[in-house]
Design a protein around this ligand. Structure first.
Ligand code: B12
Ligand code: SF4
Length: 486
């Protein structure tokens, strides 16, 4: 399709799609949490009034492709938009190809992390348009231009794949981010809210949980991060910027959310203590009582324990902390700018405050059996806490990723789920994943619900045991996804 179309006076039909995952572990993760497609809700929020917009989340469907094709045939959209992580790039290209086969005139658009950082990966694909960076504002412009039959591409945020210089645009600088006030509010009404949940392990005061799987909403209060860990793509995408919404704006949005549970999907919510103090004060003043889960860095927690005390009062229950490693050398290698001592100080502070810690640790492809054993001992020292593990994998789009370009043992986009190692392991893959799964098993056996004897509905105990077992088996079997080693 050319990057210019005929003007149209009828309402446009727009279909926004969250793709499924092709990896078994990612599907298993969905039995623990499945969050609303906030990115598509924000994109939909920018669609001008009068156009028809539908959000399709095919990730939970039994047969996602058949479900998607049936919707295409039923709705006959003029524009089909996809959100896309690196691991989903192949799937998005396939879904776009199917859209073109069923509805040749439709405009196919991809946005999100992968199109933002590596737009050139879509050269020659069935995608017409790549949107880079913030999508609510860019998609709004795109739809207006499409409706008016005006040129679609603007050379920065909106790229036309068919443009002769598209390939060379792959080396573009990070896109311009609009002022946060211009970003539309998410259209939460467009999704079936009962589908979205997250496992919840922080009990109420009576050491009871009414449910382990509450419906949960997400909110983004900031974009970007002030740090530059070398495996992480966020500072590349945002050119090092940390954009923050005003406390009033954030609290207004929270007030309008129907769910009692809220997940902050910021990269680091608490970086600016003044802003977060004000948000907490406003929540108090307005009498808003919700339960929150968020990510935070250890140095933020250690520098501002009083901020976390205040947030505990207004409902912060769980903090996910990217501790990454419990040895100095690896923390330095990862460019984390923290120390092992800070990690332990943060554990102590959260414990004293009664906020549940979810420690996220990385396993290095260079791990020996002894390294795995050390991490097993760390789990025991961390409890009662939730623990999860990923495999150190430089994100596509980072300098480190480019540095390793000749080292990958599998397709580094499709397998970039931080569970499949993309780099060679020191241990044989079978043994590596035996130890990796064992970490999860130990974490699972010592989970805080069990240790603290929290009362949980019986059906949910069974559900979590079944899902936990399936997840650990999926980890154990990851090595089977690799072909024979060369
Ligand atoms: C919260 C979060 C999660 C949540 C789930 C979020 C969700 N909604 O499903 C959890 C914890 C489950 C999770 C899991 C994973 N995550 Co995650 N996650 C994040 C985090 C911190 C925020 C994502 C978010 O919700 N942002 C808020 C939305 C509104 O912003 P957005 O997605 O950028 O969308 C905007 C634009 O990109 C654009 N846009 C997006 N889609 C579209 C579509 C169209 C058509 C258009 C026009 C525009 C557009 O407009 C949007 C609105 O402004 C990001 C970090 C980050 N800064 O992105 C990592 C991040 C996205 N995760 C990442 C990864 C790798 C994963 C995992 C694969 C691995 C793992 N083990 O962590 C899993 C797999 C999840 C899956 N869905 O399969 C990487 C992705 C890197 C990459 N190259 O793809 C990131 C960037 C982290 C990082 N530091 O590298 N994640
Ligand atoms: S890993 Fe976390 S702290 Fe480090 S740069 Fe990425 S978002 Fe920031």
């Amino acid at each position: 399709m050319s990057s210019q179309t005929e003007p149209s006076s009828r309402p446009l039909t727009i279909l926004l799609v969250r793709p499924h995952s092709h990896l078994r572990v990612a599907k298993c993760l969905q039995s623990f949490l499945h969050l609303e497609p906030l990115e598509l809700e924000i994109v939909a929020g920018g669609v001008p009034e009068g156009e028809r917009v539908t959000i399709l989340d095919i990730a939970l469907e039994q047969d996602p492709v058949a479900f998607y094709e049936a919707k295409l045939r039923a709705l006959r959209p003029d524009i089909v938009g996809f959100t896309c992580y690196s691991t989903q790039a192949g799937i998005v290209k396939d879904l776009a190809r199917r859209a073109k086969e069923i509805l040749p005139p439709c405009l196919t658009v991809a946005g999100g992390i992968h199109p933002t950082i590596i737009p050139g990966d879509f050269a020659g694909s069935p995608l017409d348009i790549i949107v880079r960076g913030e999508g609510g504002t860019a998609f709004s412009r795109l739809v207006r231009q499409f409706k008016n039959g005006a040129p679609l591409a603007d050379g920065t945020a909106i790229l036309a794949v068919a443009d002769p210089d598209f390939g060379s645009q792959a080396a573009l600088k990070p896109p311009h981010f609009p002022p946060v006030e211009e970003i539309p509010r998410p259209r939460r009404d467009l999704v079936d809210r009962k589908k979205y949940f997250s496992v919840w392990t922080s009990p109420d005061a009576d050491n009871r949980l009414t449910t382990m799987y509450p419906n949960i909403a997400t909110i983004r209060t900031s974009t970007g991060c002030a740090f530059d860990c070398n495996f992480c793509v966020v500072h590349h995408m945002m050119n090092g910027k940390y954009l923050q919404r005003t406390p009033e704006d954030v609290v207004d949005e929270i007030a309008g959310i129907q769910e009692e549970y809220i997940y902050f999907v910021d990269d680091e919510t608490f970086l600016n203590p003044k802003r977060l103090t004000r948000i907490a004060e406003l929540l108090k003043e307005r009498g808003i009582r919700k339960k929150y889960v968020s990510w935070a860095r250890v140095d933020t927690i250690v520098a501002h324990p009083e901020l976390f005390r205040l947030w505990k009062e207004v409902g912060l229950h769980i903090v996910y902390v990217g501790m990454e490693a419990m040895d100095e050398a690896r923390l330095n290698d990862y460019g984390k700018r923290t120390t092992v001592d800070l990690n332990w100080q943060a554990v102590k502070i959260l414990r004293e405050l009664g906020i549940l810690l979810h420690a996220s640790l990385m396993v290095d492809p260079g791990f020996t059996v002894e390294d795995f054993r050390k991490l097993e001992r760390v789990i025991i020292d961390l409890i009662p806490a939730e623990v999860s593990f990923t495999v150190f994998s430089p994100s596509p789009g980072t300098e480190l990723w480019k540095k390793h370009k000749d080292d990958y043992i599998v397709d580094p986009y499709l397998y970039y789920d931080c569970m499949h190692t993309v780099l060679p392991t020191k241990l044989d893959l079978n043994l590596f994943y035996a130890h990796f799964a064992r970490l999860y098993r130990i974490g699972w056996q010592h989970n805080p619900l069990r240790l603290n004897k929290v009362k949980v509905p019986f059906r949910e105990v069974i559900r979590s045991m079944v899902n936990g077992t399936k997840y650990i088996i999926a980890m154990r079997n990851i090595h089977k996804d690799y072909g024979p080693r060369q």
